[in-house]
Design a protein around this ligand. Structure first.
Ligand code: DUC
Ligand code: ZN
Ligand code: ZN
Length: 475
């Protein structure tokens, strides 16, 4: 204990962690939480949170910011606007992707991504890697050294010509994850099935955005999910299946868990709040706004995803923010054209709406507990990617990344959001809560009305190894 006053006390909070909900004042010094308890002494500054729930700042462990794209397509958000939008929606840590192009060294991809992020972020950030070219040098030299330097997770793709790995390559990469304790994230969709279906749809003249969903039915996700599980079982390494969309993939993951395999899963708001109908019930190009992969399914599948969030099937809830403007030659209309679905940039924005949507429909809608909300949006992503306990919780020693929630009805309007995208897929959606205040390392960066951060205050974070559960020891 010291007599030094706190820099800041958040008083009369109803603190929610992944484990407990309790009343407390939060004493902050030097950007960290230094004391928790009732009746703390005075701070140099004080915030009265009476009557308000206070959660850890969100950790959005799957978002894409200024990821290099094939011209003319360009992501609408870089680290400045992307982390601004994150902060205004209660997210204080983001983990986007340093993506290796085929033929590029992984180290070069990381250096390039640092040059895109340096001095631009408003909240703290780490990098996942995307491994698209697992050469012997990447496997034996670059990956091990990057993991040791704090890039401890990587995504691999089972689809997309420019990214996908064959099964042998997946095994090679998983083997490195096992050896070095890294976390492998897997995009599970069967590339050949998608290509076969896409060609048939194109031959029939079915190229409108809505046919994107026809080209990627649940079967292709189910098959690849099962294969990813089998490959991870062969190597005996944990994996995390990203953006799980519905029943068939969920069944595979339940099967794996039932067999004692360490298979983690992520889902995203689009699988709770959108359906394939949002890609169009006719051939309108507006459906391009909701083209993402896997595609949103139907209402029954939304319920399956809700059940999985409530019962522990899902470990993390991420936005998969992949921001492309709709009415732009750099976005959903490449070179100003309404293109066949195959060529529509894949992904939707959602970094700002992730936390409010889940808080509203999940917690206030009675589907998940407040503690489960914290676990899914902050604690587990921090553990899965080696940032816990610095991030993802409210505890002595943790960074003072906090969200003070305000309950009350409002309607999501793109005009009120802070990304650089010209639409939100959730336009008109009613929500029941929004962050009244977001603090990052003790700084108020969103006060419910104004964004009050300074560009470049966000720091790069080196990740430790995942701590979701102890790794099995191999004899
Ligand atoms: N996968 C992602 O994770 N994000 C955007 C598009 C995709 O296929
Ligand atoms: Zn993906
Ligand atoms: Zn993604």
């Amino acid at each position: 204990m010291t007599d030094t006053p706190f820099d800041l006390v958040v008083r009369n909070a109803l603190v929610a962690t992944a484990a407990d909900t309790f009343p407390a004042d939060i004493g902050i010094r030097g950007g960290r939480i230094v004391q928790l308890g009732e009746g703390l002494g005075a701070g140099a500054k004080e915030i009265d949170a009476a009557g308000r729930v206070v959660t850890p700042g969100g950790v959005d462990a799957h978002c894409h910011l200024d990821q290099p794209m094939e011209p003319p397509v360009r992501m609408a958000d870089g680290f400045d606007s992307g982390t601004r939008s994150a902060a205004c929606g209660g997210t204080t840590t983001v983990i986007p992707f340093a993506a290796q192009a085929k033929g590029q060294s992984l180290r070069a991809a990381v250096l390039d991504y640092h040059s895109r992020s340096e001095g631009r972020a408003h909240v703290d950030y780490a990098f996942h890697l995307i491994v698209s070219d697992p050469t012997p040098t990447v496997l034996k030299e670059e990956l091990p050294s990057l993991i040791a330097e704090g890039y401890t997770s990587f995504k691999i793709y089972m689809t997309y010509d420019d990214l996908k790995l064959d099964d042998g390559q997946v095994l090679d990469v998983l083997d490195i994850a096992r050896e070095h304790g890294a976390m492998a994230m897997i995009h599970a969709e069967n590339a050949d099935c998608i290509e076969w279906l896409t060609k048939r749809l194109e031959a029939a003249g079915r190229t409108a955005p809505r046919y994107h969903a026809h080209a990627r039915p649940m079967l292709v996700e189910r098959e690849a999910t099962h294969r990813a599980i089998a490959l991870s079982q062969l190597v005996d390494v944990p994996i995390l299946i990203v953006h799980v969309s519905g029943r068939e993939a969920v069944e595979q993951i339940r099967w794996a868990r039932g067999h004692g395999l360490q298979v983690y899963a992520e889902t995203c708001p689009q699988y709770l709040f959108l359906t394939a109908e949002d890609l169009g019930i006719d051939d309108s190009y507006h459906g391009a706004k909701c083209v993402c992969s896997p595609p949103p399914r139907d209402k029954a599948n939304q319920e399956v995803i809700w059940d999985g969030l409530a019962d522990g099937l899902f470990t993390v809830f991420s936005s998969d923010h992949a921001p492309f403007k709709f009415d732009s030659p750099e976005g959903k209309k490449p070179e100003g054209k309404e293109v066949p679905f195959r060529h529509i940039p894949n992904g939707i924005p959602g970094i700002e709406t992730r936390m409010p949507l889940l808080y509203s429909e999940g917690v206030l809608g009675g589907r998940i507990s407040l503690n489960k909300f914290v676990e899914l949006t902050a604690t587990n992503p921090a553990k899965a990617y080696g940032l816990h306990p610095r991030k993802g919780t409210i505890a002595v020693g943790a960074d003072a990344d906090l969200v003070i929630w305000q309950e009350g009805e409002r309607t999501i309007r793109n005009a009120d959001l802070h990304h650089d995208v010209d639409y939100t897929p959730y336009e008109g959606q009613r929500v029941k809560a929004w962050p009244a205040m977001t603090l990052s390392r003790g700084d108020v960066i969103w006060d419910g009305t104004n964004f009050t951060s300074k560009t470049g205050r966000g720091k790069f974070l080196r990740c430790g190894v995942p701590t979701l559960q102890p790794r099995r020891r191999h004899g």
